[in-house]
Design a protein. Structure first.
Length: 169
């Protein structure tokens, strides 16, 4: 199964932090919907999932949603997994060819720490933020990691998408 990390970054490289005053760029949101629909699923961290639900997050009724949560507390309508491997095993058993990692720096870092990311899609939004989270590389697996640019395109509204392959020889 191909594992694709999807994130929106600021122009200065931080994970974009949205708020009611600074909502996510529509172009990036539309791309997420397209990517999730193509995969048929997405994996999301609990805090990110709860924040999306609280802000009236989209209707993804036809998609398999897996919430990664250490607490294991059940959430109606979604699969709750305790680890990246459990989340991937669930999606493999359902026959998916790809898994989309959608939200939360902690979620992304957990998958990266275990070497479980094949591709990265970064949507770079035309904003600068003074604070933010970053993708961290596990020093055991990656001190320096070459990636291969697969595609670079404009999504409109100043949002640029960078698509990389990670697990290259």
């Amino acid at each position: 199964m191909k594992i694709i990390l999807w994130a929106t970054l600021t122009a200065n490289g931080n994970y974009a932090q949205s708020s009611p005053e600074h909502p996510p760029k529509a172009e990036a949101q539309n791309d997420f919907v397209a990517q999730a629909t193509a995969a048929g699923n997405f994996i999301i961290g609990r805090r990110t999932f709860e924040a999306a639900q609280a802000s009236g997050g989209g209707d993804f009724g036809n998609l398999d949603i897996v919430v990664l949560s250490a607490s294991g507390k059940e959430i109606p309508g979604v699969k709750v997994a305790h680890s990246p491997r459990e989340a991937l095993d669930y999606l493999r058993e359902k026959g998916y060819a790809a898994a989309l990692l959608s939200g939360g720096a902690d979620l992304h870092n957990a998958f990266f720490a275990q070497g479980l990311v094949d591709e990265i899609i970064f949507n770079v939004a035309p904003v600068l933020e003074g604070k933010g989270l970053n993708l961290l590389l596990n020093q055991e697996h990656y001190q320096y990691k070459d990636v291969q640019l697969l595609e670079c395109k404009s999504l409109g509204g100043g949002v640029v998408q960078l698509h990389y392959a990670v697990n290259i020889a």
